[in-house]
Design a protein around this ligand. Structure first.
Ligand SMILES: [Fe+2]
Ligand SMILES: [Fe+2]
Length: 207
């Protein structure tokens, strides 16, 4: 169920279409990555038995998880080279920038959900993530799902600095780990849900 248009499930949330188009206009790479994260997260949540309204919320949260990257210059965001330590630190601040951006939009329950994921989707289950070094179930479930959906999507995608990986290679790397990635960074239950949902995810991303 890839999203090509802003979902209309929350018509009272007038910020959705505006932010959607702002993000799309800023960077199509970011926009398309966000669509994939939104799709993967919603399929994981469905596999975990979430209700339809909750699934719509994580679709939105996936779409705006990296909205803080609108505060990062494009020449750094899409640099086809190794980043300097300062640039890397700036990019890591996108989760804080994203939380601020969403918080400024208001205080509805949906905005609170989206803000939480924007702020904490880089927290890792083993406590090695950022910005707050949360660990285990101290990390909210939506953010634990978003971390899995984000890593899956980022590995699957081709970027200016890396080639795409096949669906099977991505799954194997996340589940078994390698010298650069430990499976301990993921909630094991969500990793299992990713694996169970993988036929639907593969079909959605290659449609
Ligand atoms: Fe991110
Ligand atoms: Fe991301």
């Amino acid at each position: 169920m890839p999203l090509s248009e802003p979902p209309d499930a929350f018509p009272e949330e007038g910020w959705v279409a505006k932010l959607w188009h702002e993000q799309q206009a800023y960077d199509t790479v970011l926009h398309r990555h966000s669509l994939r994260v939104s799709t993967v997260c919603s399929l994981i949540a469905r596999e975990m038995g979430w209700s339809k309204p909750e699934i719509v919320k994580i679709q939105l949260a996936g779409q705006f998880h990296d909205v803080g990257k609108l505060d990062i210059p494009l020449e750094i965001l899409n640099a086809p080279r190794r980043l300097t330590p300062e640039e890397r630190t700036l990019i890591e601040r996108h989760s804080i920038f994203g939380g601020h951006r969403i918080r400024k939009l208001g205080e509805t329950p949906v905005l609170g959900f989206v803000e939480e994921v924007a702020l904490h989707h880089h927290e890792r289950f083993d406590g090695t993530g950022y910005p707050d070094k949360q660990a285990g179930r101290d990390i909210s479930e939506p953010s634990r799902i978003a971390m899995v959906g984000d890593v899956y999507s980022a590995l699957w995608e081709k970027r200016s600095y890396k080639d795409a990986m096949s669906h099977d290679d991505v799954l194997e790397r996340m589940i078994k780990g390698d010298e650069r990635m430990s499976p301990a960074m993921f909630d094991p239950e969500i990793l299992l849900a990713l694996k169970s949902a993988s036929p639907a995810i593969r079909a959605a991303l290659t449609a």
